[in-house]
Ligand binder design. Structure first.
Ligand code: IPE
Ligand code: IPE
Ligand code: MG
Length: 250
């Protein structure tokens, strides 16, 4: 037995996930794409509960990109309905588990009912101290940076800020999730190796992990595998799956 002591401090503080491959997974089972979106909910639940048991500070899940409006109307509408249903069904459970839920992205394009549901969920869980669950919906990394730049430009125009005072820190502060650490580990499922306009600024130094599993197949073990990969990337060799499992039981 090695005397390697596994410290929770080594874990990624912020994990970002591009939940991809629902449609292809469903097609493989001979089912319509939306079947994959429905099955994706279980993977989301399992990922959140594992991250929370590990004591991860924040996890950001890419649910719908600024570009996903280009999909067929029927698929977009199913995704919106699913979002609404899941919010309604799961929020109490998140709250009971002391998790904080935040929806990041341009919410103005959502229906009034959905916007209200989002605001209520965020309010309910605002003071929770466990893992922060960010769901990126109608989110784009370029949108996020553009919004930050607009706010800074307004401050400059009003004379509150000089152009020379615009620093990286000042841009970071205006972005979504400004209170959270930058992303340490980014996971993308389904074998695609691209960022698809996810958090561009916050992922500047993230370790990028790509798995061939499609999102509906993703589970606790898959998340642990990605974290072990991350720990080894960080040259913190010797950690095992059992050590992570033990950490979750504490
Ligand atoms: C990810 O799965 C979910 C969303 C983008 C909403 P996809 O729907 O992109 O599935 P594939 O990539 O077409 O298989
Ligand atoms: C990225 O997946 C967005 C989400 C997972 C929500 P896409 O499937 O939309 O990305 P592209 O179009 O393949 O790059
Ligand atoms: Mg896709």
């Amino acid at each position: 037995m090695s005397d390697f002591q596994f410290s929770p401090d080594l874990l990624p503080k912020h994990i970002a996930v591009i939940m991809d491959g629902n449609g292809r997974w469903a097609k493989r089972q001979g089912k319509p794409r939306i079947y994959g979106h429905r099955k994706a909910v279980k993977a989301v639940r399992e990922t959140i509960s594992t991250a929370s048991r590990l004591g991860i500070k924040a996890i950001t899940l890419f649910a719908f990109s600024s570009e996903n409006w280009k999909r067929p109307e029927e698929e977009v509408s199913v995704l919106m309905d699913l979002f609404m249903t899941v919010l309604t069904r799961e929020v109490k459970k998140l709250h009971k588990n002391n998790l904080r839920l935040q929806i990041i992205g341009d919410k103005t394009r959502f229906s009034d009912a959905l916007q209200k549901k989002i605001a209520a969920a965020e309010d309910l869980t605002r003071d929770n101290t466990g893992t922060v669950i960010n769901v990126a919906a109608n989110y784009g990394g370029k949108w996020d940076i553009t919004e930050a730049v607009k706010k800074i430009a307004a401050q400059v125009a009003e004379g509150q800020l000089q152009p020379n005072d615009v620093t990286e820190e000042c841009i970071s502060q205006q972005l979504s999730m400004s209170g959270l650490p930058d992303v340490d580990l980014m996971i993308r499922t389904s074998g695609e190796c691209r960022i698809s306009n996810f958090m561009l600024w916050q992922m500047a130094y993230a370790e990028l992990y790509f798995t061939d599993l499609c999102w509906p197949e993703f589970n606790e073990q898959a998340l642990l595998d990605s974290i072990i990969w991350y720990l080894n990337r960080e040259r913190r060799f010797g950690c095992t799956s059992e050590q992570l499992q033990a950490l979750m039981k504490k």
